[in-house]
Design a protein around this ligand. Structure first.
Ligand code: GLC
Length: 433
C-alpha cells in the first residue's frame, strides 16, 4: 500500500516544478456540435441525440503531431489530453467499451497517437480521465447533480450498480497505465457531493496507478475539484492524495500553503476563451498579453499554468489559440529562463510588475516600464553582481545619477534608454553575489 514519503514526493515533483507551463487538450465528440464539452449536461441532451456525433467523427485534419508541435513552439514542457471526458467517450482503444475512437470513422487510438507525438517532441505526457461518466449505464442518472438525465424520472437509478461502474472505471485506468508506456501525469476529474475519495475506491485506484506507473504525478481531484485543496494541504495525506492543487480559471491571490505554512505545489488550469471543449459561438478570447501575465503570475507565486486548447471537428486547434501560442512562444524563446525552474522570490512584488527567482538569479518582469532609472526595493548594491536584459542579453549598469540622490537606501538600474511600452513584459535578470 502506498504511503506518503516527503523525499519520494519531492523527487517525483522535480520535473513538474521546473516545467511551469503545460498544454491541456480537450477533444472528443463534443467538438462536432461545437458547444463545449458540457453540451450534453447543459442541454439535458439524451444519449440518442449525441450518438450521431459518434457516427460522424471523422476529423479530416487529425494530426496530434501538430498539437504537440504547437505546445513545444509555445515553450510548454508537458501536454495533457482528455482520454475520456464526462460524456464517457474514450479516445483510446479500451477493451471494455464500444464507445471509443477506434470504432468511429476516424478509427484511430488517439491517446496512443498523442502520446507518441508528445514524446517525439521531448514533452512530458499526461492523461486526463473523467471520474464522471454520462454514458455508462451504472453511473447515477436521475437526481445526480451533473448527469444530462438528472431531471428525468424515466432514468431512475433502479438496477444501476455503482460498484460495477467503479470496476469499469478502475479497469480502464489500468488499461491506460498498462498499455501506453510511461505516463508522467494522471489528471482525474472530479469529486463532488458524496462522490469523493473512498467513494471512488480512491486508495485502491491511486495505489494501482502508482504501482503500475512508478513516479507518476496525480492531481488532487480524487478528493476535491477546482474547489478545495485536498489532504496533502491539510498535512495528513490520504493514500489517494493529490500531488498538486488544481485551481481553475483563476490564479490564487497569494499562492498556496499547506496547514503548516509550507509552500504547496499547484497548477492553475485555464481556457483561452470561456470553454474547454471547442465552442463555435464563444468569441471571448483572452488577450495574449493577459495569458502571458497569467503565466508569470503563477510562477511568481510558485505555481504552474496549464493552458487549454480545444481542437475543432477537423482536429484543428482554433487559429485564435494558435496565435496566442505563437505570441507566448516568441516571448518564451527569449525570456524562458525567467520561467523554467523559477518560483517565488523572497522580496515583495514590485509596483511595476512581478518577480520570479531561480537560485541566485532574480527576474524582474517589467509591465509598466518606469520613466527614468528602475528602483529595486529590498536589494543593496553590494548584493548585485550583474544586471542583464533577457531579450537581447544586454548588460545594464546600476545607476548613480544625481536624480535619485535623495533615495540613498534604494538601488536603481540604468535602463539605458526608454523601454518600449509595446512590450508586454521586459525581463531583467539580476545575478546576486
Ligand atoms: C471542470 C469541468 C471540465 C474540465 C475541467 C478542467 O472540472 O468539469 O469540463 O475538463 O474543469 O479543469
Amino acid at each position: 500500500m502506498y504511503q506518503f514519503d516527503r523525499r519520494d514526493y519531492d523527487h517525483r515533483m522535480t520535473w513538474f516544478r521546473e516545467a511551469r507551463f503545460g498544454m491541456f487538450i480537450h477533444w472528443g465528440l463534443y467538438a462536432l456540435p461545437g458547444r463545449g464539452e458540457w453540451v450534453r449536461s447543459e442541454e439535458e441532451m439524451p444519449e440518442e441525440a449525441y450518438l450521431p456525433f459518434f457516427d460522424a467523427f471523422s476529423p479530416d485534419h487529425y494530426d496530434p503531431a501538430k498539437w504537440a508541435w504547437a505546445a513545444k513552439e509555445a515553450g510548454m514542457k508537458y501536454i495533457i489530453l482528455t482520454a475520456k471526458h464526462h460524456d464517457g467517450f474514450c479516445l483510446f482503444d479500451s477493451a471494455l467499451t464500444d464507445f471509443k475512437s477506434t470504432n468511429t470513422p476516424l478509427g484511430r487510438d488517439i491517446v496512443r497517437d498523442f502520446l507518441d507525438a508528445g514524446r517525439a517532441e521531448g514533452l512530458k505526457v499526461g492523461l486526463y480521465y473523467s471520474l464522471l461518466d454520462w454514458h455508462h449505464p451504472d453511473y447515477p442518472h436521475y437526481g445526480d447533480k451533473n448527469h444530462p438525465m438528472r431531471r428525468d424520472p424515466a432514468y431512475s437509478n433502479e438496477g444501476r450498480d455503482f460498484d460495477r461502474y467503479l470496476d469499469y472505471m478502475h479497469a480502464q485506468v489500468r488499461e491506460l497505465c498498462e498499455n501506453y508506456g510511461k505516463l508522467d501525469l494522471m489528471w482525474f476529474d472530479f469529486s463532488y457531493d458524496d462522490l469523493r475519495g473512498e467513494a471512488w475506491r480512491g486508495a485502491e485506484l491511486a495505489d494501482m496507478v502508482r504501482s503500475l506507473q512508478p513516479g507518476i504525478i496525480l492531481n488532487n481531484r480524487l478528493e476535491v475539484s477546482g474547489e478545495g485543496y485536498g489532504s496533502l494541504a491539510q498535512g495528513n495525506p490520504t493514500p489517494f492524495h493529490g500531488d498538486f492543487v488544481t485551481p481553475e480559471q483563476m490564479v490564487p491571490p497569494e499562492g498556496l500553503k499547506d496547514a503548516l505554512g509550507r509552500d504547496l505545489i499547484w497548477e492553475s488550469c485555464a481556457t483561452m476563451n470561456g470553454h474547454w471543449g471547442y465552442c463555435d459561438e464563444d468569441h471571448a478570447w483572452k488577450p495574449a498579453p493577459t495569458l502571458l501575465k497569467a503565466l508569470v503570475e503563477c510562477v511568481s507565486k510558485g505555481g504552474n499554468l496549464l493552458l487549454n486548447v480545444g481542437p475543432d471537428s477537423h482536429g484543428d486547434i482554433p487559429p485564435q489559440s494558435l496565435e496566442v501560442l505563437r505570441f507566448l512562444g516568441r516571448w518564451m524563446e527569449k525570456n524562458g529562463e525567467s520561467i523554467y525552474g523559477c518560483g517565488k522570490a523572497d522580496l515583495p512584488k514590485p509596483e511595476y510588475g512581478r518577480l520570479t527567482q531561480k537560485g541566485n538569479r532574480l527576474y524582474y518582469h517589467l509591465y509598466d516600464p518606469p520613466m527614468g532609472p528602475l528602483p529595486l526595493p529590498g536589494l543593496r548594491e553590494e548584493q548585485i553582481a550583474a544586471v542583464r536584459r533577457l531579450s537581447d542579453g544586454r548588460e545594464l549598469a546600476l545607476s548613480h545619477s544625481w536624480v535619485h540622490s535623495d533615495y540613498p537606501d534604494t538601488v536603481f538600474v540604468d535602463l539605458g534608454g526608454p523601454v518600449s511600452a509595446e512590450e508586454t513584459d521586459t525581463v531583467l535578470e539580476i545575478t546576486l553575489r
